[in-house]
Design a binder for this molecule. Structure first.
Ligand SMILES: Cc1cc2nc3c(=O)[nH]c(=O)nc-3n(C[C@H](O)[C@H](O)[C@H](O)COP(=O)(O)OP(=O)(O)OC[C@H]3O[C@@H](n4cnc5c(N)ncnc54)[C@H](O)[C@@H]3O)c2cc1C
Ligand code: FES
Length: 381
């Protein structure tokens, strides 16, 4: 579960507001979900972006807060056809007229990417995907009364779609069950107007409910000369577009180069680090501490594999497994997706995760081996 702030006092609570707390649904309410989702609609959004709408095979509700993601298993992919895991942010509103019995993810085709190609070319209405979620805390630390600046590029718009759609639904209903920013400015960078995701809808949100959307394109598209803000974002441009930047929390999501560039800009403009919140879609292996860096070596028993391996202090359990040739499932290797989750029978670890495990699971003895280093000898189920 995620820490949320209740709208009135700003006091942290540990409960994610459930779908039923937001109203409407008559289906089985729950605050986490692991199971099968059935694809109910595939809707092209741009030339390389597709909306995928999913509902739980058991008919229950799908919990999430705006900004959260699910980890999906795509069947038949991977070297042995064992399936491949990927995370996708929910892009739909967390509140809809009929409750949250369906959610939508918005998938951009990544050149050479196996899963986004599968989604665009082979996924069909009626197909089933395994899903686990919701995970993540992006956008959860809303300070009611404060303003926000959303900065996105490419598919990085998806968590903001959910945030803005949810905000619009709540304000239109006069609902105050979720905390809200007092105002939102959303600067979205795209290559050309043809790449603006849900352009008509998003622009329709602009200038309503203290929301301003500013698309920035660096080129024309074949069918349209871009008449809006043009070129790449710079600190000077940002300062002009968002004159009250210093009073806002800054939330950033997009390709790595974009995120690095805009974070440098807002830091240059004087925004303190604690007011900058990031969601990255791209993983890199965590650097491993070389074995000779420490005299301590722990043993890790993988009961499932019937093997016990050595793990130098400072090395993650996943890295030790790989080194020993044990094929433990993993995807992000950064504590985000939850794919490597395992039950620890005994031992202690330092776990540096990024939202890929729930507090309940930690209490039940589960760990994420990709971001856990042993403090003692370890036994895994
Ligand atoms: C928390 C989280 C939420 C995500 N939400 C979304 C979402 O809402 N919509 C979406 O389209 N994707 C999202 N992603 C990315 C998604 O999980 C996949 O990585 C993406 O669809 C590519 O998968 P693939 O198998 O086709 O290619 P991969 O083999 O995973 O990637 C191929 C290459 O492209 C890079 N890459 C991956 N994603 C992107 C990207 N979005 N932009 C630029 N380069 C990228 C990878 O680092 C790699 O170098 C999210 C990722 C995370 C971690
Ligand atoms: S592999 Fe993603 S959380 Fe461990």
């Amino acid at each position: 579960m995620t820490t949320y702030y209740d709208g009135g006092s700003g006091t942290p609570t540990t409960e994610v507001p459930t779908a039923s707390a937001w109203g409407a649904s008559t289906a089985l309410p729950r605050d986490e979900f692991t199971g099968d989702l059935v694809c109910t609609a595939l809707t092209p959004v741009t030339h390389d972006v597709l909306d995928v709408t999913l509902r739980a095979a058991d008919g229950g509700t799908l919990p999430y807060s705006p900004g959260q993601y699910y980890t999906f298993t795509f069947p038949g992919l991977g070297p042995g056809g064992e399936g491949v895991d990927r995370c996708y942010s929910v892009s739909s509103a967390a509140v809809t007229g009929g409750g949250v019995e369906e959610l939508t993810i918005t998938v951009k085709r990544v050149p050479g990417g196996p899963v986004s190609a599968f989604v665009h070319e082979r996924l069909r209405v009626g197909d089933t995907l395994r899903a686990d979620g919701p995970y993540g805390v992006f956008g959860s630390d809303v300070r009611p009364g404060a303003g926000a600046l959303y900065l996105s590029a490419g598919s990085g718009i998806t968590p903001f779609l959910s945030m803005m759609r949810t905000r619009a639904v709540l304000l239109e209903k006069g609902e105050r069950s979720l905390p809200l920013w007092s105002s939102v400015v959303h600067v979205h960078a795209a290559h050309s107007p043809a790449d603006l995701v849900h352009r008509v809808e998003v622009m329709g949100l602009s200038d309503r409910h203290e929301t301003t959307v500013i698309p920035v394109c660096s080129a024309d598209s074949p069918a349209e000369a871009w008449a809006g803000v043009r070129g790449r974002l710079t600190a000077q441009k940002l300062a002009v577009l968002v004159p009250d930047l210093m009073e806002r929390e800054v939330l950033v999501c997009g390709p790595t180069a974009f995120m690095e560039a805009v974070v440098a800009m807002v830091v240059d403009l004087g925004v303190p680090a604690e007011r900058i919140h990031l969601e990255s879609y791209v993983f890199g292996e965590k650097p491993r501490v070389p074995a000779q860096a420490s005299a301590w070596v722990f043993s890790i028993e993988f009961r499932g594999a019937g093997r016990t391996v050595s793990c130098p202090a400072g090395t993650t359990i996943l890295a030790a497994a790989r080194e020993a040739g044990i094929a433990h499932p993993s995807s992000c290797a950064e504590g985000v997706c939850g794919t490597c989750k395992a039950t620890m029978v005994s031992g202690e670890v330092d776990m540096d995760h990024q939202g890929g495990i729930r507090p309940r699971e930690v209490r039940e003895g589960k760990i994420l081996p990709c971001c856990s280093v042993p403090r003692t000898d370890i036994v895994l189920e």
